[in-house]
Design a binder for this molecule. Structure first.
Ligand code: PLP
Length: 399
């Protein structure tokens, strides 16, 4: 079949809830992917940071196929021999005490909202139905009704109400605004260490440290959504390490499976998860043996193959080289580790056309918001690959 035929099938039979670049891929390895005609591309999106370990990592393939032959799903009605080991290894790596496994990132966000509300009523003593959770402007936490209900992006919200009450929005990066929003009924603060979908927005140094102090002083649970920033993307296992803090609750997903399978988790270092009793929350697939085996290996290769250290070194190099590009179109280049945003001036005509031009040169990336290009290649990228990318990016952005 020709590329156009695949595209026509998608357009004809699928809901149009995405506007992908028109490249039809059928193979991936490491940082590279191939289209159905055999053209090769560097993947500078990594499936929104789900493929941090690189496409089709051989050790994860092996773990997945071996486990698939053995046992895939028991449901949590019964126990399985992978779940406990997954918990233990994940807790040891992240210094957490408890884990609650789910599938998609949005599900882990929903889970944390339930847990922290219940904690508010049972432990903090908030009057029934009064719990408040504070979130940030320009947030991205997923696509369920509750989550889009506290989005500030009109495209995410419009036409989908009525929404879940109990959320308050404050500006991102402003600890004073957060402090002023806290009331005796505030149970949690849900925030991304760096806003990824929001355009790679990095808060001022010290923001999360101050927020953590305020949370402690006011008995508010600090919930970091590290679904995109976690698992090495920013050059640390968790982005919170840049600020030297530990969140009370941390959400991870995406790269937790190396892109093989939806696996997410709520990590807890407080008693918050302890408030959940049997029957109050769950998921048929959450914590299944296939997911656990895949995630255990995805974590193992991330650590063993020093991908996090590589992200720090290569990220700094990539960022600095991007900053050297002379172009009247570039407003700002910013990033941490291998999560990099290039913001264009409004009169550059939107980021999409540059992504399309880069695609024709063999580099895949995606705009976020209209005028920001995100570069987030798999963490296995090497210096010579970055030079290859820069040779394509520089002429496209300065033309
Ligand atoms: C991708 C993402 C989510 C949602 O994850 P899904 O698996 O798409 O549901 C939530 N939070 C952040 C920060 C994300 O980047």
């Amino acid at each position: 079949m020709e590329p156009n035929e695949y595209i026509e099938l998608e357009e004809k039979y699928g809901a149009h809830n995405y506007k992908p670049l028109d490249v039809v891929l059928n193979r991936g390895q490491g940082i590279w992917v191939w289209d159905v005609q055999g053209n090769k591309y560097m993947d500078c999106l990594s499936a929104y940071s789900a493929v941090n370990q690189g496409h089709c990592h051989p050790k994860i393939i092996e773990a997945m196929t071996e486990q698939a032959k053995q046992l895939t799903l028991t449901s949590r009605a019964f126990r399985n021999d992978q779940l406990g080991l997954f918990y233990k290894e994940l807790c040891e790596i992240t210094h957490s005490h408890k884990v609650l496994p789910m599938n998609s990132g949005a599900e882990s966000v929903e889970t944390v909202i339930k847990a922290v509300r219940k904690w508010g009523y049972k432990v903090k003593g908030v009057p029934e139905e009064q719990a408040e959770i504070i979130v940030c402007q320009n947030n991205f936490h997923g696509r369920t009704i509750t989550i889009v209900g506290f989005s500030t992006d009109p495209t995410a919200r419009e036409g989908f109400g009525p929404f879940t009450p109990g959320f308050k929005v404050v500006p991102f990066g402003n600890a004073t605004a957060f402090e002023e929003a806290i009331t005796p009924n505030t149970v949690g603060f849900l925030v991304e260490p760096i806003q990824g979908e929001g355009g790679v927005i990095i808060p001022p140094d010290g923001y999360l440290r101050r927020v953590k102090e305020l949370c402690e002083q006011n008995k508010v649970v600090l919930i970091l959504d590290e679904i995109q920033t976690g698992l090495g993307r920013t050059g640390k296992l968790l982005a919170e390490e840049h600020e030297g803090i530990e969140a009370d609750l941390t959400l991870i997903g995406k790269a937790l499976s190396g892109g093989f399978y939806p696996v997410s988790a709520v990590l807890s270092n407080t008693e918050v998860l302890g408030v959940l009793r049997p029957g109050e929350h769950g998921s048929t697939f959450g914590g299944n043996p296939l997911a656990c085996a895949v995630a255990r290996t995805a974590l193992k290769v991330l650590m063993e193959e020093k991908m996090i250290e590589n992200a720090a070194v290569m990220g700094e190099y990539f960022l600095n080289e991007l900053k050297k590009i002379e172009s009247s179109k570039i407003k700002e280049v910013r990033g941490k580790g291998l999560l990099i945003g290039v913001e264009l001036f409004p009169d550059a005509g939107g980021a999409r056309q540059y992504c399309e031009k880069l695609m024709t040169k063999g580099l895949l990336c995606k705009e976020t918001h209209d005028h920001i290009i995100r570069f987030a290649p798999p963490l296995v990228i090497k210096r010579q690959d970055i030079d290859w990318a820069l040779e394509r990016i520089a002429p496209v952005l300065s033309a």
